[in-house]
Design a protein around this ligand. Structure first.
Ligand SMILES: *Cc1c(COP(=O)(O)O)cnc(C)c1O
Length: 715
């Protein structure tokens, strides 16, 4: 069984490697490979949303033929393709060199979303980017991972803000034929369709594959003819609001996903669940062992010893709980195969503090895995408190939930111009060893002016990008001028610029900085030392509270008295996120503690010399060192004084520092904070450090106790 990567008949033989390269996301974090596509035709590259498959399909043959005769292009092509082939074909890496295991089977990683690139809209926010960055890193380190998720055919929605500030969602169905996904084929050469077992009436999924360098990602798609309309809609959107459809989504992901791996002949040694949505995969692991003749107790022990669960949500409402009547409807036949009574089965998912609420996916996953973690030190503490009742005999600090702090994939999030600067001043192997703090010490050798010039250029680039979007809306949609201003037309590159871009969930408090409007206005409208703030982010379509906060922020952006110094940029996605985390001066994060499990956008900013200004929540209590950014608020209680604390730190520390420039106009004291931000956060908050931690704390032990489902690995 194999997959096909469609041929591109228009590509001349001499550069036919472009086709294979296009279908492997490896290109997305290698600037030289991106340039290979971009230099074919800059405008077409932009119009394709940086999707090389679409680009290659649509380019006129002459352009490709010219490239195939251009000596300079060919030299560049040969270098990139040769490196690509070497890296993709390699077997080695940090993981095989450091983690000893007799078992050659891969680790299966399940997640409901993946943020890999803006042309693959299979994510909602931070959880997805974490998963996407993790796959890339596992490929870089040679971790033998196989990933499973959903192909959401309606992607996420494009966000449009109405004149009154209310968010509207426009579906943008994905064009499967020009997306960076390939069909997995069955023995007859047809698109592989798998039946989700044990569900009546049946649900079918077709299977797609994304190449994330060396890591394969299999995506399930229910939008196929074999399915009834209700079933077709299962994978339409991320996190469907309707509870029954949500349950069906998670059954398809966990149980259907396991079946897809079976049908593909992919057995796995260890299972890693990214959040509770795919936790039904644990049931399949248990059921298969029982079907092989093992007792329930032995099967559960074996599954626990080889399963890893990462929880991401300190918000109680963020955990999926399915009512028992729905569990009855879908699992009425299933629990018998496990040899369990209805009662014993439901008890696996009961939260002791609220036993009648239903089947709690997090409680279930915590019970059925031996390796569990929160995603920052602080979140580990919160999770131990939150789930203490599952281990009532233990002291809270002994609740067996560890912490592995999230990170970001450095090659993906470092801006190419910043990368070039680091190439000049750091050790030549810095990117290879970027989780080693020593490598970053040499940042101090970069002349302040050089770093500031690069930063200023990126800020101009961001503001031009935003203004250009507004211009397009103005020209094409005749949008009301007030909204064009709200979109950022009056942004000023010389003003201190704060960025705030994330999902508009209530606990993130996007409107905190508007708490004392008069005080804020004094900062915004200061003639000599102005402040401006750029907002972006989507509210979940079912979250009216989030939409109201967004509306409030948007109305401030429209307000004449705020001087056009508040901008709201529509449709936050990966590309805009890149511009923002590279181009603003300061990254603001003010959730209500302890609701932020980790947060990663501040890591992306700090890596590029954009310091973080945050409440002590998520990763920041670990990241902050007194010199690399700012912390404000108490981090406890209702957070009532957080706004005051925020204004104070901006007025007293940040503005004076930012506007204190030397005679050449370089704010040298500010640049010192920028450098400190880069060197103190980049190594620690990388997915490289994070993946190594998962490997050493969890995978190594889980691999040592693997039973490889009915002894595949153990002779
Ligand atoms: C990194 C990223 C996030 C995560 O942001 P946090 O609020 O810091 O968790 C969300 N959306 C996009 C597009 C991102 O790139």
């Amino acid at each position: 069984m194999d997959d096909i990567r469609p041929e591109f008949p228009n590509i001349p033989g001499r550069i036919s490697g472009l086709g294979r390269l296009a279908y492997n996301l490896w290109w997305s974090w290698h600037p030289a490979a991106r340039m290979l596509f971009k230099s074919l035709h800059r405008t077409a590259w932009k119009e394709s949303s940086h999707n090389p498959v679409k680009l290659l399909k649509e380019l006129p043959p002459e352009i490709l033929e010219n490239a195939a005769r251009d000596q300079e292009y060919l030299r560049h092509y040969d270098v990139v393709i040769s490196r690509f082939q070497k890296e993709i074909g390699a077997r080695g890496g940090w993981f095989p060199e450091n983690i000893r295991s007799e078992c050659p089977l891969p680790i299966a990683y399940f997640s409901a979303e993946y943020g890999l690139h803006h042309s693959l809209p299979f994510y909602a926010g931070g959880l997805g980017f974490l998963a996407g960055d993790y796959l890339k890193e596992c490929s870089d380190l040679g971790v033998p991972l196989v990933a499973v998720g959903f192909m959401y055919p309606d992607g996420y929605m494009r966000q449009r803000i109405r004149a009154d500030g209310w968010q509207e969602n426009i579906d943008e169905p994905i064009d499967r034929d020009s997306a960076l996904i390939t069909r997995v084929l069955d023995d007859k050469g047809q698109h592989l369709v798998v039946r989700v077992p044990f569900i009546e009436p049946p649900i079918h999924v077709s299977v797609w594959k994304v190449y994330v360098a060396r890591v394969p990602l299999y995506l399930l798609d229910t939008d196929i003819e074999q399915n009834s309309p209700w079933n077709r809609g299962i994978s339409a959107h991320l996190y469907i609001g309707d509870i029954e459809q949500r349950l069906r989504q998670e059954i398809v992901l966990g149980i259907g996903g396991s079946e897809v791996l079976n049908v593909l002949g992919i057995r796995h040694s260890v299972l890693h669940l990214n959040e509770g949505h795919p936790a039904f995969a644990l049931l399949e692991r248990i059921r298969e062992r029982i079907a092989g003749g093992t007792s329930y107790e032995t099967a559960v022990e074996a599954v626990k010893a080889t399963s890893v669960f990462t929880t991401h949500t300190p918000v109680p409402a963020g955990h999926d709980v399915f009512p028992f009547y729905l569990m009855d409807k879908y699992f009425g036949n299933y629990y018998q195969m496990l040899g369990l009574t209805r009662d014993a089965f439901f008890r696996l998912g009961v939260h002791p503090e609220d036993p009648n609420a239903g089947f709690n996916m997090t409680a279930f996953a915590l019970r059925m895995t031996d390796y569990r973690n929160g995603v920052s030190r602080r979140h580990g503490e919160v999770a131990r408190r939150m789930w203490h009742s599952l281990w009532p005999d233990r002291a809270e600090e002994d609740v067996p939930i560890d912490a592995i702090t999230n990170g970001i994939h450095v090659p993906t999030w470092i801006e190419p111009k910043v990368e070039l600067l680091l190439n000049r001043y750091l050790d030549p192997g810095w990117l290879e060893d970027h989780d080693d703090p020593v490598i970053w010490e040499m940042i101090d050798d970069i002349p302040d002016r050089k770093l500031w010039e690069v930063h200023y250029w990126l800020k101009m680039k961001l503001i031009n990008f935003i203004r250009n979007r507004s211009r397009i809306r103005w020209v094409e949609d005749s949008v009301n001028p007030v909204n064009i201003v709200a979109g950022g037309t009056l942004l000023d590159p010389s003003a201190l610029t704060i960025g705030f871009a994330r999902r508009f969930a209530e606990y993130k408090r996007a409107d905190l900085i508007f708490s004392n409007l008069e005080r804020l206005k004094r900062l915004l409208n200061n003639t000599w030392q102005p402040l401006q703030i750029i907002f972006a982010g989507k509210a979940h379509p079912a979250d009216d509270n989030g939409k109201r906060i967004l509306q409030r922020v948007f109305q401030f952006a429209q307000d004449h008295s705020l001087g056009g110094r508040i901008a709201f940029v529509e449709n936050h996605e990966e590309q805009l996120a890149q511009y923002l985390v590279h181009g603003v001066d300061l990254w603001l994060n003010n959730p209500l503690p302890p609701m932020e499990a980790s947060g990663t956008s501040g890591m992306k900013a700090s890596l590029n010399g954009v310091p973080h200004l945050s409440v002590p929540d998520g990763w920041w209590p670990e990241g902050y060192n007194g010199k690399n950014g700012w912390i404000f608020g108490s981090g406890e209680g209702e957070g009532r004084d957080d706004a005051d604390a925020l204004y104070s730190v901006i007025e007293k520390e940040i503005i004076p520092l930012y506007y204190r420039a030397d005679e050449e106009g370089v704010p040298v004291s500010w640049v010192k904070v920028m450098k400190e931000a880069m060197k103190s956060t980049a190594p620690m908050f990388s997915t490289r450090r994070m993946a190594k931690e998962y490997a050493m704390k969890f995978y190594q032990k889980a691999l040592a106790s693997q039973d490889g489902v009915s002894g595949v690995c153990r002779p």
